[in-house]
Design a protein around this ligand. Structure first.
Ligand SMILES: [Zn+2]
Ligand SMILES: [Zn+2]
Length: 123
């Protein structure tokens, strides 16, 4: 597998449809591929940190995975790190997506979490 050493810098274009990230200035990677790569890295960390323990949600003794919601603009502090079983982990991930979508609806912002954060950081 090819490992990119590029730090990736996605130029943002502000247009009528909002802010669109373009391809990486360094290596030409597209924004979508960049997000997929981040997702794969997160997946590797998740699997690497999996251990036997008790799920903090359903208290089952199983293999638990680290779960941490990414900090959102409405969070005052960094969200807590949780250890969840596979089932609760998936449910938590879905809840986060729904929260992000609801937030985006309410404020008419871009629905994509990472992009919304990026845009928020530029202000
Ligand atoms: Zn790059
Ligand atoms: Zn559980």
């Amino acid at each position: 597998m090819k490992i990119s050493l590029c730090k990736h810098l996605f130029p943002l274009t502000v247009g009528r449809d909002g802010v669109t990230p373009g391809d990486c200035r360094g290596c030409g990677l597209t924004w979508t591929d960049g997000q997929a790569e981040l997702e794969r890295q997160a997946e590797r960390i998740r699997l690497a940190t999996a251990r036997d323990g008790n799920c903090e949600h359903c208290a089952k003794r199983v293999t638990v995975f680290q779960f941490q919601r990414e900090q959102q603009s409405w969070d005052e502090a960094e969200p807590p790190l949780l250890w969840l079983c596979q089932h609760c982990w998936s449910r938590a991930a879905i809840t986060v997506e729904q929260e992000e979508a609801a937030f985006a609806d309410t404020f008419g912002q871009i629905g994509e979490g990472p992009l919304a954060r990026l845009v928020g950081g530029l202000r």
